[in-house]
Ligand binder design. Sequence first.
Ligand code: ZN
Ligand code: ZN
Ligand code: ZN
Length: 154
Amino acid sequence: MEQRIERIKKQLHSQSYKLTPQREATVRVLLEHEEDHLSAEDVYLLVKEKSPEIGLATVYRTLELLTELKVVDKINFGDGVSRYDLRQEGATHFHHHLVCIECGSVDEIQEDLLGEVEKTVEKRWEFKIKDHRLTFHGICKQCNQKENETEEKV
Ligand SMILES: [Zn+2]
Ligand SMILES: [Zn+2]
Ligand SMILES: [Zn+2]
């Protein structure tokens, strides 16, 4: 945790930004809830628990700055809410998501798996790929199992 904060601090410094206490409080919440895909509101409520003096506008600005610096990625799962997702260190491309249409759970795939697709697109469309967003919508393992169980009973 401290090491990652230190690296994010350096990343900010390299772009001439400071990791102020308000910014650090926001970064800590993101690190503590790395897999939660929090909205700005969620982040704000969690920041407020520890630092009640920090306002929503400050949290918003920090999240925008972190997005700009590519520390986090902004993502939308189709419910109209922007969520903030920490970028995996050293990853050049954004990770993929599995969104369950039954229970709303969100899983992550850290492996890129798109090597061949990217090569084809770059060649055929002469398009240099810098990043991508890939969200699979479907039914998660747990929901699948539940469905199978009820089917067996019928
Ligand atoms: Zn994610
Ligand atoms: Zn990729
Ligand atoms: Zn599910």
